[in-house]
Structure formats: structure tokens, C-alpha cells
Design a protein around this ligand. Structure first.
Ligand code: ADP
Ligand code: MG
Length: 238
């Protein structure tokens, strides 16, 4: 587990500023859901936390340490994307062990990591299959398996369920929450689905046009939305 602090973060693409000073302190073990309309800067913020995007101004701190200059592979972070980005030519086992192999982990560490992740995600019987031989839900589980083999302290999810059908989305919500609790990670979960936000979050962060509109537990936002935008987004009658 780890705390994540986002301190006065700004992001420019050329002359265009897309994040205008973002501040959020996330406690160790918290499940934060980041919501907001398309283009408001959700993915950009996640990518900066992961180290995949340069920070224009501000700091990302993990357990109090500024990680702005720490390369992605040395951060104790894993990210799950909407497009599963599995390697089509590799088995489930090899997809899952890839990040550990890249880091030169021992055979034993790799085997244990894959076995643990497969157990948590009920993937044991699928380890020798290729991605094309899996259903959408199974692929999404493998994508999560890839992320958890390293047992990261921080989990980032960028709309991980938006390619799945409605029934599977509901099922996977529960699975992701259970995984978060079982691994004791800190999670930041991006979605534009209000229901997902309301049911999964310890606290919701509402973003609009690169600014935070409100931060709070789901029911606080529902009962006391800070403005019309939040009310409209959360669906409460303000
Ligand atoms: P969201 O994930 O909330 O839909 P993004 O973080 O992807 O939003 O994008 C925020 C804004 O930054 C958008 O206006 C988008 O067009 C812009 N943007 C994102 N990535 C780039 C990039 N690599 N170059 C230029 N502009 C970008
Ligand atoms: Mg996005």
C-alpha cells in the first residue's frame, strides 16, 4: 500500500494547458474514482502518475517521495487500460510473466507471481491459451493479471470495462473491488460511468476541463453537489 499525493499538477501540450493545477491526497489503501467528460484530462493525469507523460508543473509523491523523475518501470505502479493490449503471440502465462521477465526476475519469483495472480483471478485453467482463444471477460482478467504479478502498491485503471457488455461490467466491478481489498493496494480508477463511480469509490474526484469540481464520498456528492455540473454528472436533483 502507498499514499499518492498529486500536488499542483499542470500539464501543457505545446501552448495548450489541459490540466490547471490539480491537488488530491490519496490515502494508502483508498479506492479513488476519477470521473469527468471525455477530454477533461483523466487519462493525462493517470499517465503522469504512471510516469508515461512528462509533468509540466507540480509533483507526484508516492509515500511522500517525489517520483517525477523516476522511470515508469521503477515505480511501484501498474496500469490497466481499456484496450487490453495483450501480446497476441504469447500465451496467457507469458503475457502475465512479461513484466517480471523484463525486470530479470528469478524463475522462482516468476512462477510464484504467475501462480498467485492466476489463483486470485481464476485463470489457472487458461494459462497455456492464447488471447484469441479467450472471451472478453477472460482477456480483461489476464490484463489485470499482468498488472498484479508484480504486486504493485498502486493500481491505475483507465476505463478498464468500457469494452465489455453490461452484464460483464457489473461482474467485473465486484471483482476489481475484491482484488483491491485482497491485495491491499491503493487504486485510482477512471470511468465516465456514474454508476460505476457511485458503487466502487471510497471517494470520487469530479474533473471538468482540467479542473477539480469536487472531491468526496459518493453520497456526499450526491446529497451535496458543489455545483450544477457535479449534480448533473452524479445524477442528483440539484
Ligand atoms: P480524457 O481521458 O479525460 O478523455 P485526456 O487526458 O485524454 O482526456 O485529454 C485531455 C486533453 O488533452 C484533451 O483536450 C486532449 O485532446 C488533449 N491531449 C491528450 N493527449 C494529447 C497529446 N499527446 N497531444 C496533444 N493533446 C493531447
Ligand atoms: Mg481517457
Amino acid at each position: 500500500m502507498a499514499s499518492v499525493e498529486i500536488v499542483d499538477i499542470r500539464k501543457n501540450y505545446g501552448a495548450l494547458e489541459v490540466l490547471h493545477g490539480i491537488n488530491v491526497s490519496i490515502a494508502s489503501g483508498e479506492f479513488i474514482v476519477l470521473v469527468g467528460p471525455s477530454g477533461c484530462g483523466k487519462s493525462t493525469l493517470l499517465r503522469m502518475i504512471a510516469g508515461l507523460e512528462e509533468i509540466t508543473v507540480g509533483d507526484i509523491r508516492i509515500d511522500g517521495q517525489v517520483v517525477n523523475e523516476v522511470p515508469p518501470k521503477d515505480r511501484d505502479i501498474a496500469m490497466v487500460f481499456q484496450s487490453y493490449a495483450l501480446y497476441p503471440h504469447m500465451t496467457v502465462r507469458n503475457n502475465m510473466s512479461f513484466s517480471l521477465r523484463m525486470r530479470g526476475a528469478s524463475r522462482e519469483r516468476i512462477d510464484r507471481g504467475v501462480a498467485d495472480a492466476a489463483n486470485v483471478l481464476a485463470l489457472e485453467s487458461l494459462l497455456e491459451r492464447f488471447p484469441r482463444q479467450l472471451s472478453g471477460g477472460q482477456r480483461q482478467r489476464v490484463a489485470m493479471g499482468r498488472a498484479i504479478v508484480r504486486q504493485p502498491k498502486v493500481f491505475l485503471f483507465d476505463e478498464p470495462l468500457s469494452n465489455l457488455d453490461a452484464k460483464l461490467r457489473v461482474l467485473m466491478r465486484t471483482e476489481i473491488k475484491a482484488l483491491h481489498q485482497r491485495l491491499g493496494t491503493t487504486s485510482i480508477y477512471v470511468t465516465h460511468d456514474q454508476l460505476e463511480a457511485m458503487t466502487m469509490a471510497d471517494r470520487i474526484v469530479v474533473l471538468q476541463d482540467g479542473r477539480i469540481e469536487q472531491v468526496g464520498p459518493p453520497l456526499d456528492l450526491y446529497d451535496r453537489p458543489a455545483n450544477r455540473f457535479v449534480a448533473g454528472f452524479i445524477g442528483s436533483p440539484a
